[in-house]
Each structure stands twice: as C-alpha cells, then as structure tokens.
Ligand binder design. Sequence first.
Ligand SMILES: Nc1ncnc2c1ncn2[C@@H]1O[C@H](COP(=O)(O)OP(=O)(O)OP(=O)(O)O)[C@@H](O)[C@H]1O
Ligand SMILES: [Mg+2]
Length: 266
Amino acid sequence: MIRAHFGIDRNPFANDASELLPHQQLILETLRVHCQQGGFCLVMGNPGTGKSVVRETLVKGADKRLMVASVTRTMHTYSNTVRILAQAFGLDHGGNNFKSEKRPIEGAHTLKQYGRAIVTVIDNDHLLDIDTLRGLRLLLGDFPRNHNLVLFGQPELLSNLQLRAHDDIKSRITYSVCVLKLGPDDMEAFLLAQLDLTGLPHPTFSPETLWLVVRATDGILKRARNLAPGRLLEAVRARKRVVDLENVNRVLLQPHWREDRDLDKI
Ligand SMILES: Nc1ncnc2c1ncn2[C@@H]1O[C@H](COP(=O)(O)OP(=O)(O)OP(=O)(O)O)[C@@H](O)[C@H]1O
Ligand SMILES: [Mg+2]
C-alpha cells in the first residue's frame, strides 16, 4: 500500500538496506583487527543503537581465514551455551557436559592448524548470567591464543563487571566501545540517506516534519525505523505525497511513543 502510493519498489528503512554508518564501520574494523590477534571485546550501547547490525556484518564477513561462532540466544544455562557453541562449530553437540565442553576446544585447535582465526560472538550479553560468562571465560581459556570473544550488549554488563568479584573477567578485556546515539545532524543525514535509498525525494518530509522526527527518535536508529511505516501510512490515508506535521503527530499520539507522564493524563 505504502509502496504503491509513493510509487517506490522497496520499503523505506528496509533492514536489508543497511550499510554501516561511519561509527559502526570504525567499530567493525577495530574488531576485525582484534579478531586476528585474539582477545576479549565488549561492544555496548543502549537498545536500538545499531549493535546487532555490526555483529551481523562481522558474522557475514567470515571467510576462509576467519571462523565466526555466533550465539544470539543468550538466556541459556552454561551447558546449553556450550552446546550452541559446538553447533556453531558444526560439531556434534550431544553427550554429557564434559564431552560437549571438549568438542569446541578440539574444534578450535583443529581450525588453528588450518590457519583460521576464530571468533565467538555473543549478542544480548547483558542477559547472560555472570556465572555462565565466567564458565565461558574458563572454557575459552583452553582455546588457541588467537581466539577472540566479542560480546554485544547493553551498558549494564560493564556495570556488573565493575564489581571486584568479577575482576577476573574485566581484567581480560582488550577492547571496549560504546555505540552512541546519533546527534541531531547525523540523524537528519541518516533519514535523508534512507529516503535516497528508497528513491523518495527529500521534500517527502517538510523541514519541520524532519525536525520533529529527528526529535522523536532521540538519536536511536531503531526508533527511526519504527516510526517510518506509521508516518508514511498516515500520509497514504490522507492521500498526500508529502508527509506533514499532522501525519507525524498522529503517530506520536500512539501510547508507546508517549512519555509515562503524558499517559497519566489520558
Ligand atoms: N547502518 C544502518 N543502516 C540502516 N539502518 C540501521 C543501521 N544500523 C542500524 N539500523 C537500524 O536500526 C535498527 C536497530 O539496530 P540493531 O538491531 O542493530 O540495534 P541494537 O543496538 O542491536 O538493539 P537491541 O539492543 O535492542 O538489540 C535496525 O533494525 C535497523 O533498522
Ligand atoms: Mg541487538
């Protein structure tokens, strides 16, 4: 419906449109260097700032020289996490705990012999139980030295690691970075670039509409994406080709876009 109305053949803000933004690209390149050396990397950021997109690009970049084992389901016990790891290595993941721990270690050493660097990537690591992380740390201690563990998650993980009891984990960090929210100018450039990718002219948003959208997103990429279909749909309903303030405001009236204090007044 939106595509037919605006005469475009791809959805605006489609996930497949993702090309890394400069700050994401810089993080990716730094991670790739660490992947060759081995280490323990933390990529943190508030929800929706674009961490998983960096992870997916790292995983897609796996090649003959780099093997990436990706664990994205993190609400697991230690033994399940190890099984997922063995699965990612393409190894049999059944058997008792001891066997399933041994397999990834052997797999990793075999890959090292073939000259491949190994990276274990864990997404949403803030959901990972700290004892599971400690278990993994001990397990990965038996991996080849060029092994790199990369954790993607929300900043509270680092707050947890500040406790002295977790110093054994924190002291192993070789690189950590925060994926920051976009500033208003960068968010505006991002929104316009997304219009370009879709083939929509920039005046599809009036300047004041663009300003309102930039404000509503608060620098969060996921918010920009989630706001897109609603405001375009409102323009379709109003039979307009230009999205105006009224269209955006109608979307922003939806409860999930409103602050708690506004909801009290409803
Ligand atoms: N480089 C990019 N180009 C276009 N869109 C992007 C880009 N990076 C992120 N996005 C958009 O932002 C959304 C959120 O990104 P992502 O899922 O990576 O965030 P996240 O930090 O992992 O969030 P969470 O903490 O909730 O898991 C993506 O679905 C995508 O639409
Ligand atoms: Mg994510």
